[in-house]
Design a protein around this ligand. Structure first.
Ligand SMILES: NC(=O)CC[C@H](N)C(=O)O
Length: 306
């Protein structure tokens, strides 16, 4: 496995086609597109790293899988009153479906859905308390207290977050929000600004490899049915309007972020995190996807394989 990840990293580091770094969040535009990292954490916790696997990056929308997990833990199936479970087929920041569907976002991974989830997990608490809880959860899952929230990225996103603010106010107009919109947005922008390395992220995803129990931290995080459901949501909605393409090419549940990271899960086998900041046209990591495609091909880990 070390040879496989070394080969993939060497190729990805040298490729000239790197996609385009996100610029709509100014702080993300400062990231060097030359980076590439990969971390594979096997079910038993053994890990294989290559490239920039220990450099922190902005996990952005990958955080939405973890806030969904927290929301399910707090309110169980009541989560589905707030968000749906269908792929959107639209860009991650689209507002069009929200009106037709009366302010209930299609799924928890598009921006509107994740903002609704942020409102749900606050449960009347202040943003500071909710963020402390999210940070503690991420540190616990990754077994690493150095995970942090990058304030610069959060501020940068807040300053340019008119679209997300529109989504939030629009949803609030249907009477769905339980907390003030500005506080909910504060939580959302900050959890998107979590900075983690590929290795930390792959460790944090380990519970989805083995029916909800992370062998790495020896803890049951969710039950088997919930783990399966989170994986199915990642497969169908984890890459926005690129989810079909990702399933077709890689064949694994995965969640991407505009920081260029992707967390993918091969159930029963491994949790995998890749990072390359350049994105494709729908906002998913260009080389990250290619690296996962190669890894799935070399290992036969597609969920559709025998
Ligand atoms: N796709 C993403 O990673 C988008 C997340 C980003 N924080 C936003 O709200 O626009």
């Amino acid at each position: 496995m070390q040879q496989i990840v070394d080969d993939i990293a060497a190729e990805m580091l040298s490729r000239p086609d790197r996609g385009k770094v996100a610029t709509y969040i100014p702080q993300l535009a400062c990231v060097d597109p030359a980076h590439f990292g990969i971390s594979v954490v096997m079910e038993d916790g053994t890990s294989y790293n290559a490239g920039d696997a220990t450099t922190p990056f902005s996990i952005q929308s990958i955080s939405k899988m973890f806030t969904l997990t927290m929301a399910l833990g707090k309110m169980g199936d009541a989560v589905w009153k707030r968000v749906g479970r269908e792929p959107s087929g639209d860009p991650f920041n689209s507002i069009v479906q929200l009106e037709v569907e009366h302010g209930r976002p299609r799924n928890p991974f598009i921006n509107a859905g994740a903002i609704a989830i942020a409102d749900a997990i606050m449960m009347g608490h202040e943003p500071k308390e909710t963020l402390a809880e999210i940070l503690q959860f991420m540190r616990f899952l990754s077994d690493d207290d150095s995970v942090y929230i990058d304030e610069k990225v959060a501020r940068s996103e807040q300053l340019t977050g008119d679209r997300n603010a529109s989504l939030a106010h629009f949803m609030a107009s249907f009477g769905h929000f339980k907390n003030p919109v500005d506080k909910v947005l504060g939580v959302y922008f900050h959890h998107c600004s979590l900075a983690m390395t590929c290795h930390q992220l792959a460790k944090a995803g380990a519970f989805l490899v083995s029916d909800g129990t992370s062998q790495l931290i020896n803890s049951k995080v969710v039950g088997p049915q919930r783990a399966r459901r989170i994986n199915s949501l990642m497969l169908l909605c984890g890459h926005y309007d690129g989810s079909g393409e990702f399933a077709f090419r890689v064949g694994l549940p995965g969640k991407s972020g505009v920081g260029g990271g992707i967390l993918a899960v091969a159930p029963g086998k491994a949790s995998i995190a890749v990072w390359s900041p350049g994105l494709d046209v729908v906002g998913n990591s260009h080389l990250g996807t290619l690296a996962l495609e190669q890894l799935a091909e070399k290992t036969g880990w597609s969920v559709f394989a025998k």
